[in-house]
Design a protein around this ligand. Structure first.
Ligand SMILES: NC(=O)c1ccc[n+]([C@@H]2O[C@H](COP(=O)([O-])OP(=O)(O)OC[C@H]3O[C@@H](n4cnc5c(N)ncnc54)[C@H](OP(=O)(O)O)[C@@H]3O)[C@@H](O)[C@H]2O)c1
Length: 293
């Protein structure tokens, strides 16, 4: 059955997926959500989503079923996954065979970086889209401001922000809410086919500067600390993180340490029609939420 206007979102229950689904629902879009497990559907059901594909993104026949009758797909690739390219190829093939011409891809800032496998694989996916015959759009977000929330407990409890690379490495950051707003715009407007958009917030920040801002906002000292990478690696492996993910993250930390990663906010400003969210606005909002809990 053809479902006019319906959008398939992959990785829908992840960090990016939840934000994207929220933004699309707020704009009145209808969604089919692809999640790995039944248990992951609850936050999406709460949003009003009732159409799910449940299973592995590597499953070709599921990809055909997922794309059937869709108007567009928003593909959010799995995080640090050795099969990222195969998964995207399956989806591109299924979109072609099901006649779903709109393919919007969640890539990353600077996919050209060969030293980081999860960037390089996204570059390969972008190449596949160029030759796919599909009306693609590629979004290239910088590091999310929200990644900081993974360190929230030790920041609040111990006043320590510990990362396994130089605390002076400069990284452009972007608010996930801004990205989600752009995703909805790009999917629901007509004019974005064949565009590649770099999505960066207004500032590149080091961990040292991040800790300084945290101290100001929290009204107590927060110190940025560089963690030994070997210690980090042992802890992650002991905690059950897959070896491929650990190795890929280590390559990313080394790259960040050597070069940082910086982009430009002009494209995001143009797409939002306003200034992108600043890191200080993000911190103020998160601390307010934390105080309300
Ligand atoms: N975080 C950043 O700063 C940032 C910046 C730019 C781009 N990105 C890119 O954004 C993408 C998504 O990141 P995220 O932080 O949203 O990741 P995430 O929270 O881990 O979400 C990914 C989702 O995909 C699901 N998934 C993974 N492998 C699957 C498979 N084989 N079959 C079905 N579902 C599968 C995961 O389920 P499970 O939990 O079961 O694995 C999870 O729900 C990544 O490719 C990342 O490189 C991230």
């Amino acid at each position: 059955m053809h479902e006019p206007g319906k959008i398939l979102v992959t990785g829908a229950s992840g960090k990016t997926g939840i934000a994207v689904c929220k933004a699309l629902i707020a704009k009145g879009a209808r969604i089919r959500a692809w999640v790995r497990q039944e248990a992951y559907t609850s936050p999406l059901v709460v949003m009003g989503i009732d159409d799910f594909i449940i299973g592995d993104l590597l499953d070709d026949s599921l990809a055909e079923q997922a794309l059937r009758g869709m108007a567009a797909v928003y593909h959010i690739p799995p995080n640090m996954n050795p099969n990222e390219l195969r998964i995207a190829e399956n989806l591109i093939r299924a979109a072609q065979s099901q006649g779903v011409l709109r393919f919007v891809y969640h890539s990353v800032l600077h996919p050209q970086i060969e030293e980081m496998p999860h960037h390089w694989k996204k570059m390969r996916v972008e190449e596949r889209l160029f030759t796919s015959g599909l009306a693609y759009t590629i979004l290239q977000p910088a590091v999310y401001m929200q990644n900081l929330l993974g360190y929230w407990q030790s920041i609040q409890r111990d006043g320590v922000y510990g990362i396994p690379y130089s605390i002076d490495a400069l990284l452009s950051q972007v608010h996930l809410g801004d990205i989600a707003e752009v995703v909805a715009k790009v999917l629901l407007e007509e004019s974005h086919s064949y565009a590649i958009y770099e999505l960066c917030g207004p500032e590149a920040l080091s961990a040292r500067e991040t800790a300084h801002r945290l101290s100001q906002h929290l009204g107590k000292p927060v110190e940025a600390v560089e963690i030994d990478r070997e210690v980090w690696q042992r802890n992650m492996l002991a905690g059950g993180m897959p070896e491929y993910a650990v190795e890929t993250l280590l390559k990313m930390f080394l790259y960040y340490e050597k070069y940082g990663m910086r982009g430009n906010p002009n494209v995001l400003r143009m797409l939002l029609g306003r200034n992108p969210t600043t890191f200080d606005e993000f911190l103020a909002a998160e601390i307010h939420k934390f105080d309300q809990e």
